[in-house]
Design a protein around this ligand. Structure first.
Ligand code: FAD
Length: 519
């Protein structure tokens, strides 16, 4: 799409808006000339090239062929005549500005990771009639170099303790419908194997009860049964194990991300490569039922700073989805969330922050074979197979005291040596001889309050909706969360899975969602 070129030195720093307001429409409209000319400029681009007023290759001195003496004189006469009827300063070169966001969008989604894309997908899928709402996804990093989605290990399990978490993961069978033609996300159907010590056995037993009630197929195994099924495991210190028999495993998160992106684009979702830096909102005052005075805010405009530029493009909107993952706390703050006296609803922040997690990839020729499940040891260390060549990947979450500085994504190799390898080598003796081949770090979108997702609208910034804070299990919950947010936006309530326990209000009310199986 072509729009008028950006005017250098625009006083408010706002990118020049296109002549047309909607994508796909003709962008050639009225042009105001500085020389008193006012009119509708509808000349085809070819005429524009023929009659341009300056010729950059000839310093504007001539437009005729060289060495044609008299003829040159005639040509410049004609040129002068033409110039006298042209709108001088208003001739700006046309440039492709399709990278700019539209001037308005009903919904602006901040963050183009798996959660933002899933919300976009469900909004388009559930909208009535088709094409009713315009959805824009703003993503600042089109390479996804720091996005959790791209740096995760791709696991999906039903073995949680909170019914809603189990339902969210069971719903992920819908991954199969997100593309046309079928999307190969390299799914490895392989159960999760959770190991419990004597201390954790009772909790495991009650968790499995809940999982079965919710429809998950999970079995409990004694140490002896465990040894029979997986002879490479050392069962010392293991009192009980739970093993998922259906719909668990791992997949390639990058394939899912790219497939989803392609799909939502085909459904008409707009994308913009830029950073959300500001919200323009209006406010009004009201009292809560308990007599607390609060300020209600409504966002009207999202400012998108374009890549490698100091300029921004304002986008008018009706609604904003905060799907900025580990950075969603910052986006909430930009919208005024948490700006109020401590201990009040107004002063309650979105408790989501960056937490760095390491993933190590190792090779071990004597390691367990193709039947290897996704193992979560009682110590918290985990591993799974990666490919078919005796490669494995795994890691372990640090304790609060060990939390590394999230300021960069450098890997601490000592952490593997001291915290990951010892428990894994004790559990799988073959791992004594492993060799680490590579490693990376990524960010959890960590909810410091209760390590669970935050889904639905903010009570005071009334048109900001959250889909964030999944603390290490957002990938597998993305399909269901996307649907839940879309239902909330379109119908005003959750329909498929009731995610009321995950609303923002719980931070103010102090009502934690107690999930035992956070990894
Ligand atoms: C090491 C590791 C292992 C994991 N393993 C699993 C697993 O096995 N199973 C599982 O279910 N989950 C796992 N997770 C968690 C999962 O990856 C995340 O919960 C999920 O990917 C979150 O998706 P998201 O879209 O919210 O975040 P992201 O993928 O991080 O996307 C958010 C996007 O927002 C963009 N953004 C931020 N601020 C702005 C702004 N101002 N303007 C524009 N764009 C902005 C960012 O660039 C980013 O691309 C793991 C995470 C890590 C780090």
């Amino acid at each position: 799409m072509l729009r008028r070129a950006l005017q250098p030195g625009l006083s408010r720093g706002v990118l020049g808006r296109g002549l047309g307001t909607h994508r796909g429409r003709s962008t050639l409209g009225k042009v105001e000339g500085s020389g008193g000319y006012r009119g509708s400029w509808v000349a085809p681009v070819s005429s524009y090239v023929t009659f341009r007023t300056r010729d950059p290759t000839h310093d504007g001195k001539t437009v005729g062929r060289l060495g044609e003496g008299d003829q040159n004189g005639k040509v410049s006469e004609i040129k002068k005549k033409i110039q006298s009827v042209l709108p001088r300063g208003a001739w700006n070169p046309l440039r492709d500005t399709s990278y700019l966001p539209p001037e308005h969008s009903d919904v602006v989604i901040v963050g183009g990771g798996v959660i933002g894309l899933s919300v976009a997908y469900w909004l388009k899928r559930l909208e009535k009639p088709q094409g009713a709402i315009r959805v824009l996804v703003v993503e600042r990093d089109h390479m996804y170099s720091q996005a959790s989605t791209a740096l995760s290990v791709g696991g999906i399990r039903q073995q949680f303790s909170v019914p809603e978490n189990i339902q969210l993961s069971l719903f992920s069978e819908y991954l199969a419908v997100v593309d046309d033609p079928p999307l190969d996300i390299q799914f490895n159907p392989s159960g999760y194997l959770l190991l419990a010590s004597e201390k954790g056995a009772a909790v495991m037993e009650s968790n499995v009860k809940v999982q079965r009630q919710e429809g998950a197929k999970v079995c409990l195994m004694s140490p002896e049964q465990l040894r029979n099924k997986f002879p490479w495991i050392n069962t010392e210190g293991v009192a009980l194990a739970s093993y998922g028999m259906e719909h668990e495993g791992w997949f390639d998160p990058w394939c899912l991300l790219q497939g989803l992106r392609r799909k939502v684009q085909s459904m008409g979702v707009l994308f913009c490569h830029g950073e959300v830096t500001r919200f323009v909102s209006s406010s009004s005052h009201t009292e809560t039922t308990s007599g607390e005075e609060v300020t209600l805010r409504r966002i009207h405009e999202v400012h998108v700073k374009m890549d490698r530029s100091l300029e921004y493009q304002p986008v008018e909107c009706a609604l904003v989805i905060n799907a900025a993952g580990a950075w969603s706390g910052q986006i909430a703050e930009l919208a005024g969330v948490g700006k109020g006296p401590p201990g009040t609803l107004q002063g309650t922040q979105l408790p989501v922050e960056l937490r760095k997690r390491y993933v190590y990839l190792w090779h071990c020729p004597q390691g367990p074979g193709l039947e290897t499940p996704f193992v979560i040891d009682a110590s918290g260390a985990y591993f799974r197979r990666e490919g078919l060549g005796n490669n494995y990947l795994g890691g372990c979450s640090p304790t609060e005291e060990e939390e590394p500085d999230p300021g960069n994504l450098e890997v601490d190799h000592d952490f593997f040596q001291d915290k990951v390898w010892p428990p894994l080598a004790q559990r799988v003796p073959a791992f004594e001889t492993l060799k680490v081949r590579s490693a990376w770090a990524g960010y959890y979108d960590y909810n410091t309050f209760d390590q669970n997702g935050v889904v639905g609208p903010h009570p005071l910034v009334v048109n900001m909706y959250f889909a964030t804070g999944f603390s290490g299990h957002g990938l597998q919950q993305a399909p269901a969360v996307g649907r839940a947010v879309a239902e909330m936006v379109l119908d005003g309530h959750f329909r498929t899975i009731n995610l009321s326990p995950f609303l923002f209000n719980r931070f103010y009310l102090g009502e934690k969602v107690q999930e035992h199986n956070i990894i």
